[in-house]
Design a protein around this ligand. Structure first.
Ligand SMILES: CC(C)(COP(=O)(O)OP(=O)(O)OC[C@H]1O[C@@H](n2cnc3c(N)ncnc32)[C@H](O)[C@@H]1OP(=O)(O)O)[C@@H](O)C(=O)NCCC(=O)NCCS
Length: 192
């Protein structure tokens, strides 16, 4: 488990070497200047469900058909119960800013990264990068020798940029719809 908070400056003035800035400089920034990564709690399940549903229906929609995203993220997938249950058999990290969850990622005991989604209003702010680094750190603590996942067409460039290699492209069937994704892996995980 992550025992300390990872504080990530989202204000560009603090992106590099945040810890070296004076308290005065930090005090002058808007209140939402920081996000942090922490393990999810069951009370996060509601926001996690909404992020899953809306990210697929807006961000992934660019790369998949309407029928495919509806199969992948049916209305019921936003409901918190299933997400609370899932937390019992995996380690879920969330990125939070001022009480708002910006994204989440799931690490299963095998090293499989399951769900990994960033809020549609907070794409390309470094949220995914920080979540993935937290998962890799956790994998290091667990001495996992391999991380692997099935990346969507949308997420493939992100995981490639993060050092994951493509094992193969594949078609999966979800609720009767065929979807393309990519089996990817990092071996060994980049543990800092
Ligand atoms: C994939 C995803 C998680 C990335 O999260 P993010 O917070 O937007 O990514 P980051 O801002 O941390 O990006 C880190 C780096 O990855 C690369 N990257 C991210 N998105 C990219 C894109 N669409 N195209 C090319 N490179 C991309 C870039 O190198 C980026 O660094 P830069 O912004 O400094 O150039 C997010 O786009 C997402 O939620 N996608 C939809 C859900 C999904 O498909 N999840 C995966 C299911 S397997």
């Amino acid at each position: 488990m992550i025992s300390t908070l990872v504080i990530i400056p989202t204000d560009p003035r603090l992106r590099l070497g945040a810890q070296r800035h004076s308290v005065d400089a930090i005090g002058a920034l808007p209140q939402n200047a920081f996000m942090h990564i922490r393990p999810a709690t069951t009370t996060d399940a509601e926001q996690i469900g909404r992020i899953y549903f809306h990210t697929i229906r807006t961000v992934n929609q660019k790369d998949y058909t309407q029928a495919q995203v509806e199969a992948w993220a049916p209305e019921a997938s936003a409901s918190p119960e299933g997400w609370r249950l899932k937390q019992q058999n995996r380690w879920t990290a969330v990125a939070e800013e001022n009480g708002v969850i910006l994204g989440f990622g799931e690490l299963e005991p095998t090293g499989h990264i399951d769900c990994f989604y960033v809020h549609h209003d907070h794409q390309r702010r470094g949220v995914g990068r920080q979540l993935l680094l937290a998962i890799e750190e956790e994998a290091g603590r667990r001495e996992l020798s391999r991380l692997f996942l099935e990346a969507s067409i949308t997420a493939h460039p992100f995981f490639t940029a993060m050092g994951y290699s493509t094992v193969r492209q594949q078609q999966v069937t979800i609720r009767g719809q065929q979807l393309t994704n990519f089996v990817m892996e990092k071996n060994p995980p980049n543990v800092s």
